[in-house]
Design a protein around this ligand. Structure first.
Ligand code: GLU
Length: 487
């Protein structure tokens, strides 16, 4: 057992994003590698944007990824509650303490005043910062404002001096003095701000390492000031570089919807195996000491370290992700593969026997990157009613040599008196087609594939042929002949 305590602290304002999932995964791997604890904390202080629905979906996504937590809203723990909206009394206590010590003060400035001043600063090309209007109000001025009915916010008096941070990933970071002005820690409505709640929680929950995305760096500056003001021990910090995406014209920018799927739910819904996503996310910023890329969760836990997390942004490479996704699909046991694939068939599952489904899925799975691709390929390959010849197959089939090959196959099939076509029988048929047509290699197999599946690529042809049997092949060849109108 180690004393490592890390947390994943999502704001439930939407679904879990790839970047958030990577943060959760790195924290989880770090906890599991060190034998520490992984904590889930829901940061729902932004009442207007947080929803229970979104919290539930984030929880569901984390569970789907298998990133289990040791303490959290649903499982409890020694330092709960783990939902910030249930901790207001705790924040209030610390805000009062800072007020009493003169490190924080009541601020009566209205939102309108603050917005006007902010706009003014912008129009002069200055970076807006609180101008200190309420910093030194004496008791009578405060009372007057209070009587006018103003509900004060609580503002933190920022200390003098620069801040330094030895970031576990980025090395030494300096935050020069004057980067931020006095900031609000409790809003007019009594709700704590993010920076305040996080510091109180990280301290009380005894978080040893705050590991999160680089976009929080400017918050870290503020949080360091609060840790000191509250005399809390300061955890170690590590900031992960951003996850980027590359668009069609090759431009790189922060990963967003235009780069494709960005939410974990989308990956689940297209039939990705959760560990394939974990494996890929782990590689988005971290590398295995021996540059291994296909890594099970156990291997990831064993080899993960913050030292091997890089400082530069990583690009979500869809091709590489799909390669890994396919590997994980091929690695499933037959039972698991069928169990995971059947839901993608929806109602059409009733049309086929258990055996047909099992065999067909087994044949098709090696050629897909997502389980959701299987039903359509299954219909293409095995359902004569849904047999469609695509355009490139039509072009290929129109060549005279293709006609010869397909007719030879038809002849072989008709000659064969059995129904099922074993690998040996098929081999014999292929040899004889070769001999009679003079075609070999691609020129032999492509027309056969096109005539039997309607596509130029897909599952292993011999397996499809075995699966649909003699009558199935003949029915498709008949359809092909009609459609290509060879006469
Ligand atoms: N709640 C913050 C977010 O979702 C994370 C805060 C943190 O990790 O400190 O971005």
């Amino acid at each position: 057992m180690s004393d490592v305590r890390v947390r994943f602290a999502p704001s439930p304002t939407g679904s879990l994003h790839v970047g958030g999932a990577r943060t959760a995964l790195y924290n989880w791997l770090f906890a599991r590698h060190t034998g520490g604890k992984f904590i889930l904390r829901i940061e729902d202080t932004d009442q207007a944007r947080s929803t229970r629905e979104s919290e539930e979906s984030v929880v569901q996504d984390l569970k789907w990824l298998g990133l289990n937590w040791d303490e959290g809203p649903d499982v409890g723990g020694e330092y709960g509650p783990y939902r910030q909206s249930e901790r207001h009394h705790i924040y209030k206590g610390y805000a009062d303490k800072l007020l009493k010590e003169g490190i924080a003060y009541k601020c009566y400035c209205t939102d309108e005043e603050l917005t006007r001043k902010r706009d003014e600063a912008f129009s002069k090309g200055q970076i807006p910062q609180y101008d200190g209007t309420c910093r030194d109000l004496d008791a009578s001025a405060q009372q007057k404002l209070q009587l006018q009915g103003g509900k004060p916010a609580i503002r933190f008096k920022i200390p003098k001096g620069a801040k330094k941070l030895n970031d576990l990933i980025r090395g030494l970071i300096e935050f020069p003095e004057g980067m931020v002005g006095d900031f609000i820690i409790v809003k007019h409505d009594g709700f704590p701000t993010y920076n305040f709640a996080v510091v109180v929680d990280d301290a009380l929950m005894k978080i040893t390492h705050v590991l999160r995305a680089e976009e929080h760096l400017s918050n870290t500056n503020r949080q360091l000031m609060l840790f000191e003001a509250l005399k809390f021990p300061i955890p170690q910090f590590g900031h992960f570089a951003l996850v980027m995406g590359r668009d069609e014209s090759g431009n790189v920018s922060k990963l967003s919807k235009r780069h494709g799927a960005t939410s974990v739910a989308q990956y689940r819904d297209t039939g990705v195996i959760p560990d394939a996503l974990n494996n890929y996310l782990a590689l988005l910023g971290w590398s295995h000491p021996e540059a291994k890329e296909h890594l099970s969760k156990e291997e990831l836990i064993k080899s993960f370290s913050l030292e091997r997390v890089g400082k530069s942004p990583s690009i979500f490479d869809v091709g590489k992700f799909e390669w890994l996704s396919g590997l994980y699909i091929r690695g499933l046991s037959t039972d698991e593969l069928i169990k995971r694939t059947l839901p993608f068939f929806g109602d059409s599952v009733q049309k086929y026997s258990k055996e047909q489904l099992a065999n067909g899925i087994h044949v098709i799975a090696p050629s897909v990157r997502y389980l959701s691709e299987i039903p359509e390929k299954f219909f293409d390959a095995f359902d004569p009613d849904k047999f469609v010849i695509d355009e490139e197959s039509k072009v290929l089939l129109k060549a005279p040599q293709a006609k010869v090959v397909v007719e030879c196959f038809e002849h072989e099939l008709t000659q064969w008196k059995g129904e099922s076509i074993s690998p040996d029988i098929l081999k014999g048929m292929i040899n004889s087609i070769k001999e009679k047509s003079g075609a070999k290699g691609k020129a032999l197999f492509q027309p056969l594939r096109a005539a039997v599946t309607g596509k130029l690529s897909g599952p292993e042809l011999d397996q499809v042929i075995q699966n649909i049997g003699k009558e199935g092949c003949l029915a498709r060849i008949a359809k092909t002949k009609k459609e290509i109108s060879w006469g």
